[in-house]
Design a protein around this ligand. Structure first.
Ligand SMILES: O=C(O)CCC(=O)C(=O)O
Ligand SMILES: [Fe+2]
Length: 342
């Protein structure tokens, strides 16, 4: 064992043992995390929000479940300032982060992304941890955080609030376009995307010098959200599965990545894909990314020809149960009318 990471890293990433077995995992982890080979080229669809091509969006949602978003209207300076502030915040000593971000509105986690909206980590069987640390913000209550003016955290919060406004605009615009494409009643679908459920997760993926192919920044999973919007720095590592092949999502400055989650797949009667994705570790560079996740309104019953009616809470409760009993997320399959426990 050797000390390789800075003091700001959670101890588990500082020492870098040859194998790392712990009690936690990516809660959205699926059991079929197998290959590491990834196609070199990157042909992820590009959607221009300023001249939104509905047909192209429909194709991206049906065939890919993931796309890049350009001309999104978020000032480049806002994205870079957020990246810089996130860097400052993650550079704080580990113990300082533990005590600063321990309230109900923000939580600090490492080794596993938070699963619940409140940011509580779930435990499952012993599997490799995810090589990531993160901060989970409940966006509806962001204004209650870091009230002390002139502090770094206060200005960080103001940036996140500004970013949040843009994320709501983007998610709503994309969602409404998808509903139009799917010929669904907008009014009926309004409760399937509730701004008040939004969460923002800031991630730092420590560099990982251990030679162990099974260590992932984030293990393969699908998001449980309706829509997820990701902003990543230029390090790279995000990959997604399409027709049994892994594809890179190479970082492009000022470009966001949108992926569809399990709720969108259900809403669309499986026409749209909740894409499987993962994050590779980097041997020498830290990586930063911000994920925005938005869900159906509390109590809103999702009706789909492919699944039994369920609420997002039912879904999460089932995921939680599967994680503690099976060690992985079964996901939407559980809600298929013919699903049997045997
Ligand atoms: O950091 C990334 O690139 C992806 C994060 C992710 O997949 C997630 O938070 O669900
Ligand atoms: Fe994800």
């Amino acid at each position: 064992m050797s000390e390789v990471g800075p003091e700001s890293y959670p101890p588990v990433f500082r020492h870098q043992p040859s194998t790392t077995q712990t009690q936690t995992q990516n809660p959205d982890h699926l059991p079929d995390d197998t290959t590491r080979e990834t196609q070199d080229f990157d042909d992820v669809p590009l959607i221009d929000l300023q001249s939104l091509d509905l047909e192209k969006l429909d194709e991206a949602c049906k065939d890919w479940g993931i796309f890049r978003l350009v001309n999104h209207g978020i000032p480049h300076t806002l994205l870079t300032q957020l990246q810089e502030r996130a860097r400052d915040v993650f550079s704080l000593p580990f113990e300082a982060k533990r005590s600063l971000f321990s309230g109900p509105l923000v939580s600090y986690f490492w080794g596993t992304p938070a699963l619940s909206r409140s940011g509580d980590a779930l435990s499952a069987g012993p599997v490799n941890i995810n090589w990531v640390e993160g901060l989970n913000f409940t966006l509806a209550q962001l204004s209650q955080l870091f009230q002390e003016e002139n502090s770094i955290l206060h200005s960080f919060r103001l940036l996140m609030e500004e970013y949040h406004g843009h994320l709501v605009r983007l998610a709503t615009t994309i969602y409404e376009a998808m509903v139009t494409n799917l010929n669904l009643e907008l009014e009926q679908c309004t409760s399937y995307l509730s701004e008040s459920t939004g969460i923002l997760r800031l991630y730092r993926y420590p560099h990982c010098s251990i030679t162990d192919e099974t260590i992932m920044g984030m293990a393969v999973h699908t998001d449980s959200s309706v829509i997820s919007i990701l902003s990543q720095d230029l390090v790279g590592g995000l990959e997604f599965l399409k027709e049994d092949n892994w594809h890179h999502v190479n970082p492009i400055p000022n470009t966001l990545v949108v992926n569809l989650g399990d709720m969108m797949q259900a809403i669309s009667d499986d026409a749209y894909k909740s894409v499987k994705h993962r994050v590779q570790v980097n041997r020498s560079d830290e990586r930063f990314s911000f994920g925005y996740f938005v869900f159906p309104a509390e109590g809103s019953v999702i009706r789909s020809s492919k699944y039994r009616p369920f609420t997002y809470s039912d879904f999460q409760a089932q995921v939680q149960e599967d994680l503690s009993t099976l060690g992985f997320k079964v996901g939407l399959e559980r809600f298929k009318p013919a699903f049997s426990d045997d």
